[in-house]
Write a protein that binds this ligand. Structure first.
Ligand code: AMP
Ligand code: GLY
Length: 421
């Protein structure tokens, strides 16, 4: 098959490598891809949010299947558009993508179907906010309703903070919506749980934990993710049953009740408190950097799994996993998640990786045949192995060899799983 893979992050490089390894793949086009995907696929410089232009390229390159990596095109309806134009595409439709695109949609669904989640109120104005403040304790979580690129959530410790952030949302700081959600703060351990879903069933496609804060000891501002590891030891059979029965099944049932079914990856973001799962958020895609630690552990052909989902035959496929563990550390440009410089040369020529190690590119591109940085999160140094401690030491060795003077990384990725050993 000729495949188009939409996106340009570490997640897409990890997916691209799996597709590259598949016997079913003929040619892969990454739209737009990065310098890493360019080594194993052809990058196309096409704006994937311009659906009409995208369609022209898809037809020109005789693409048999489009796989969508990031959330924005899904929320904007890329699946509906391509299907209408008779192009085979993997991902949820626009209605189902509201699971990520609208927090008020998810919270209302949770209420209707009794899905465990933090107590909340959907607010349309500052009066609604003030009412919530009279009856709830701090901290309070304030969330912009629509997509906000990870910047639309604030954990507030005073009335003043809640009112300030709420006013920013109401005045249109996050353009997609002026509604907001106030939530009770849940204290527990966060975990990312992944499924691949078709019209009839769903299959487990990995668990992971990521580190969102920029600084060691979980300090500093939120980022897209500074590192991750898989599997997440907090997930056990008993907990998994609760996640499926109390959260996933009612959600898929709710979509079906609206004559909509879900096809694609589903990221269930959870807070675990006393072995009880609470839904924090859904994402309608794989996580980044979680995908980078899940793909290296996957033994079944990814394209075979995606095809099974598109044919509603996931229930007939057994997905196999390596027993190895995997961890990734993100090498970022200095200054991230604030201002950082781009176009800084990175020299990977001397780096020889063995079969258990990968460097997934994120913000990289080729400029005059040199590899340069083009984003805040630049490389994902990823290693598989038997213990997280050994894996992390291997990651450090690779980062030392790369010796990129413009970068920084967190040295404590996986502290939960390494400290307890
Ligand atoms: P969200 O965009 O909803 O995933 O929120 C971003 C991050 O904020 C989550 O990954 C959590 O770390 C944190 N968070 C969100 N909601 C809550 C909550 N109700 N209680 C505690 N932490 C939360
Ligand atoms: N790692 C968090 C996310 O992909 O949203």
């Amino acid at each position: 098959m000729n495949i188009a893979l939409i996106g340009s992050g570490g997640r897409e490089h990890a997916i691209c490598l799996k597709l590259h390894d598949s016997k079913l793949t003929k040619k892969i086009y990454c739209i737009p891809g990065n310098a890493g995907t360019a080594e194993i696929a052809s990058n196309l410089d096409v704006d994937f949010l311009n659906f009409k232009k995208l369609l022209v390229s898809i037809k020109f390159y005789k693409i048999d299947l489009v796989i969508v990596g990031p959330e924005l095109p899904l929320v904007k309806g890329i699946v509906n558009f391509l299907k209408k134009n008779k192009i085979k595409v993997f991902g949820p439709n626009q209605y189902a993508s509201q699971l990520e695109g609208s927090k008020s949609f998810v919270k209302s669904l949770c209420k209707k179907y009794n899905i465990p989640t933090a107590g909340f109120k959907i607010c349309k104005n500052i009066k609604d906010v003030k009412n919530f403040l009279t009856t709830n304790n701090f901290p309070i979580v304030v969330k912009a309703d629509g997509l906000a690129g990870g910047k639309g959530v604030a954990i507030c410790n005073s009335k003043k903070e809640v009112k300030n952030f709420s006013n920013e949302i109401f005045s249109g700081k996050f353009k997609t919506s002026k509604k907001l959600i106030l939530e009770e703060f849940l204290k527990g351990e966060e975990v990312s749980y992944f499924l691949i879903v078709d019209k009839k069933s769903f299959s487990f496609i990995g668990s992971a934990q990521d580190h969102k804060r920029v600084g060691e000891n979980e300090l500093g501002p939120n980022t897209g993710g500074m590192g991750a590891y898989s599997p997440a030891p907090i997930i056990n059979k008993n907990l998994e049953k609760k996640i499926i029965n109390r959260i996933v099944k009612p959600t898929l049932k709710a979509l079906k009740a609206k004559k909509n079914t879900y096809t694609g990856f589903l990221y269930v973001g959870l807070m675990i408190k006393n072995n009880e799962p609470y839904l924090i958020e859904y994402n309608v895609r794989m996580g980044d950097p979680e995908c980078q630690v899940i793909m290296p552990r996957l033994k079944t052909d990814l394209l075979k799994i995606i095809n099974a989902s598109l044919e509603n035959k996931l229930d007939q496929l057994k997905i196999k996993w390596s027993k190895k563990k995997c961890m990734t550390t993100v090498l970022c440009a200095k200054g991230y998640p604030g201002k950082y410089q781009v176009n800084k040369i990175i020299n990977l020529k001397k780096i020889k990786l063995d079969q258990k190690s990968f460097i997934f590119h994120a913000g990289t591109k080729l400029k005059n045949k040199s590899l340069v940085s083009s984003g805040g999160r630049v490389l994902n140094i990823t290693v598989t192995g038997n213990t997280f401690l050994n894996i992390r030491n291997e990651i450090f060795k690779i980062i030392e060899k790369i010796n990129w003077k413009n970068g920084f990384f967190r040295k404590d990725i996986g502290w939960r799983v390494i400290k307890s050993k």
